[in-house]
Design a protein around this ligand. Structure first.
Ligand code: AMP
Length: 453
């Protein structure tokens, strides 16, 4: 199961009024990272209470529910698990009672050795209620904690055993521990509330939403322990090799976030500029497919000198098309989400910028909308390279069979989607998106070059 998620933790230290409300606001800001389930856990005098539900943050949490979640330390989560595999048992945070009390885990990413670890625990009598990595991690931390002196030692031991992508927060009755895997596939950020207490989030946009200050990115391989004496750092190993997911910049993260020191918006504008250089075309207007194609479209327009314009109006109350479970549902919902601004399009040669082509259904539907609205030509520019490989580190990239670029050349694809021309970003220029001189990012979905087996 692949999971795209957002995590949050706040160590209130007796200084925050209604901390659950901050968790709510932070999750709300990270809703784009997962729309299938969400949860908030609070720690209160050694007891951890948790409220979870299926659906959006605003659907799951009412004022009454939030008011009941009293406690100073908080862990929270939004989850999107792929292929309709989600259920309430997989919703996070996972709260567990074990021999030394309670603990709670919320994570973003995907472990590559989950099956092996799960089988080993199961052979020793462990029981699982879900197949989520968070539950597996909770079991391992609990087991380690039985023989360690502190939760941070137990987390350190756990990190030695788990492999793959994890940006996680673990809450004991008195501490919060945040850990990022040694490659830093997924983002994790440390912030500070105006009251001085620490907060951990997946994306900086969540810090803005709760009025917290950005302190720094948690480093690949770093374990941060937060308790009443402040925040301390441990490293799993020295000189970790950075491999942040490049797809976070291309599609997944919110444009107003900054990840490992690089603005998401800025990286998408760069992608658009590069595309304009790599695939120039004569046209009258550049439009972006909302939302993730808009930033790259402005980059394309600036570089090419072709005016940027609004091509679509988006209905903000429809979820991401991609999350509809079946192919049939996916292809029918594009028209509900997007409507063409015909007055900007009619009779024009249009450059349409989108972030990616995965299965190919969205793009074909959108081009049809534009042509029906009277576009003379539609030149499609994709601000990422062609996708050929699945992701094992937490982004929902489907199987090789479902990836349309594995079956068709760019020219064939151009014809299938009904475009007048089609250009993808050159995969050798991916580093330029984030100003990387060396390969400090993971591009396995484009290249098949997997940092962890
Ligand atoms: P399609 O080619 O029809 O599968 O859809 C591609 C569109 O889905 C892109 O334009 C993105 O907006 C969106 N998308 C791409 N990758 C993902 C992902 N991993 N999770 C959710 N949506 C995605």
């Amino acid at each position: 199961m692949h999971e795209e998620c957002g995590v949050f933790a706040l160590y209130g230290n007796g200084q925050i009024e209604n901390p659950a409300e901050y968790a709510y606001l932070a999750l709300y800001a990270m809703q784009h990272r997962g729309q299938q389930s969400c949860g908030i856990a609070v720690s209160n005098d050694g007891v951890i209470d948790c409220e979870k539900g299926m659906g959006l943050v605003s659907e799951v949490f009412s004022e009454d529910k939030l008011a009941k979640l009293s406690g100073q330390n908080i862990t929270a989560h939004v989850l999107y698990s792929a292929k309709g595999a989600s259920n309430i048992q997989s919703a996070q945070p996972i709260v567990m009672r074990y021999g030394k009390g309670r603990l709670c885990v919320a994570t973003n990413g995907s472990l590559v050795n989950a099956k092996e670890l799960r089988d080993l625990l199961a052979q020793n009598g462990a029981m699982f209620r879900s197949n989520s990595d968070a539950e597996l991690i909770a079991q391992i931390v609990a087991k380690e904690r039985m023989f360690c002196h502190s939760i941070e030692e137990a987390v350190k031991m756990t990190c030695e055993n788990i492999k793959g992508a994890y940006s996680m927060v673990i809450m004991s009755p008195t501490k919060i521990v945040a850990a990022r895997d040694p490659y830093g596939f997924r983002p994790l950020v440390l912030g500070k509330m105006p009251e001085g207490c620490y907060v951990v989030v997946s994306e900086t946009c969540a810090l803005n939403a709760i009025g917290a200050e950005f302190v720094r990115d948690i480093m690949p391989g770093e374990i941060v322990v937060i308790d009443e004496s402040g925040a301390r750092t441990y490293y799993q190993k020295e000189n970790c090799e950075r491999k942040i997911c490049i797809f976070e910049y291309i599609y997944f993260a919110r444009p107003d976030s900054v990840m490992d020191g690089v603005s998401i918006h800025g990286s998408r504008v760069n992608a658009g500029r590069l595309l304009a250089r790599q695939h120039p075309v004569e046209a009258d207007i550049v439009i972006g497919v909302p939302d993730s194609g808009l930033d790259a479209a402005t980059g394309y327009a600036r570089e090419s000198g072709i005016p940027f314009g609004m091509g679509f109006v988006r209905n903000n109350y429809v979820g991401r098309t991609f999350i509809k479970p079946t192919q049939e549902q996916r292809s029918t919902s594009v028209g509900i989400k997007l409507n063409v601004l015909a007055e900007n399009i009619k009779g024009k040669r249009v450059v349409m910028v989108d972030d990616s082509i995965v299965r190919g259904t969205t793009c074909a539907d959108i081009i049809r909308l534009l042509k029906n609205a009277g576009a003379k030509e539609v030149h499609v520019r994709i601000s990422s390279p062609t996708i050929h490989h699945p992701c094992f580190y937490g982004t929902d990239i489907p199987t090789r069979e479902e990836l349309t670029s594995n079956h068709h050349s760019v020219d064939e694809l151009c014809e299938i989607i009904g475009a007048d021309s089609l250009g993808f970003l050159d995969r050798d220029s991916l580093g330029e998106l984030i100003g990387a001189c060396s390969k400090t990012y993971c591009d396995a979905c484009f290249t098949g070059d997997y940092p962890v087996e």
